[in-house]
Write a protein of this length. Structure first.
Length: 303
């Protein structure tokens, strides 16, 4: 019995059986991707941050340094099994690296960055920002992600479920100080990214389907045929027309379009599973370089 089989069997008692259900299972869809759990309630300490008073007040922190990973990757591995939320590790094609993510929001945002052509590259745990508190203690903060868009603009971001989390004093006050530090270094302001909208069921399902299909192979001839259709029809082509152009089984043609979405051959939104009338566009021509170049500026120097 392999690892995947053991995991599946371990879940069976938690699901239950229903008469007439296919394979005897009701409401369970096996997937290689981790489940996205509901968001947590904002902890009391974040709503009433007594721990940030006096010498610990973030407004009194002095910036000491900003550093990136030696290879342009993550500066730390945040996996900690004592935390009240899960962690996950996934290899992403755009980043060309394993990404270690915390909680339910970061994987949802990472999938969005991976699939949407308006993003070229991203890195989780990109920077370590050191401060000295008023009492002399040194604290290190780690922004969640850095992302490069199709205009080669780079933003450093923090991911939370909703505005309510960002507005909680125990979160807002340190983030405001981090944002000021980033602006001082020419990297800011801090981008605040809400993960909750990307965890809606219809979007998660659309993202999961696209992620599972994103490595489907397609040929150069098929790319040329797609571009020729745009040249003949204009800037917008229907998703169904492109599937018909690619031919073969409809499901296979859809998978090829998901793969072309990843490779920035075409562009379409994933607010829901695409249908025949879903508008498809050509993405902006762009090449990723700015994010890794920026992180290289803050890499530790050999002594």
């Amino acid at each position: 019995m392999n690892a995947e089989t053991r995991i599946a069997v371990a879940w069976l008692p938690l699901v239950g059986f229903a008469p007439g259900a296919r394979n005897g299972l009701a409401g369970w869809t096996p997937s290689r991707r981790p489940p996205r759990h509901p968001g947590r309630e904002i902890p009391y300490a974040h709503r009433h941050p007594d721990h940030l008073s006096g010498n610990a007040d973030p407004s009194l922190w002095t910036l000491l340094s900003i550093t990136s990973g030696a290879d342009g990757g993550a500066v730390r591995n945040p996996i900690n099994y004592k935390r009240p939320y899960g962690t996950s590790v996934t290899f992403y094609e755009k980043a060309r690296r394993l990404q270690v993510m915390e909680g339910p929001n970061e994987p949802a945002v990472a999938d969005h960055f991976e699939l949407m052509p308006r993003y070229l590259d991203f890195q989780f745990q990109p920077l370590a920002i050191k401060f000295r508190r008023a009492d002399g203690r040194v604290v290190t903060k780690y922004p969640d992600v850095a992302v490069e868009n199709d205009r080669n603009e780079v933003a450093i971001g923090e991911i939370k479920s909703s505005d309510a989390w960002f507005n909680a004093p125990g979160i807002k006050r340190p983030l405001d100080r981090i944002s000021l530090a980033l602006e001082t270094a020419g990297l800011g302001p801090l981008l605040r990214i809400r993960g909750e909208p990307l965890r809606e069921d219809r979007i998660l399902q659309a993202h999961t389907t696209a992620m599972d299909a994103r490595l489907t192979s397609f040929s150069d001839d098929e790319v040329e045929a797609v571009r020729a259709m745009f040249a003949a029809r204009g800037s917008i082509v229907g998703h169904g027309d492109l599937c018909a152009l690619l031919g073969g089984r409809m499901s296979h043609a859809e998978d090829k379009l998901y793969a072309m979405l990843l490779r920035r051959v075409v562009s379409f939104e994933l607010h829901d599973r695409p249908g025949g009338d879903t508008p498809v566009l050509l993405p902006r021509r762009a090449r990723a370089f700015a994010l890794r170049e920026l992180l290289g500026r803050f890499a530790p120097r050999a002594t």
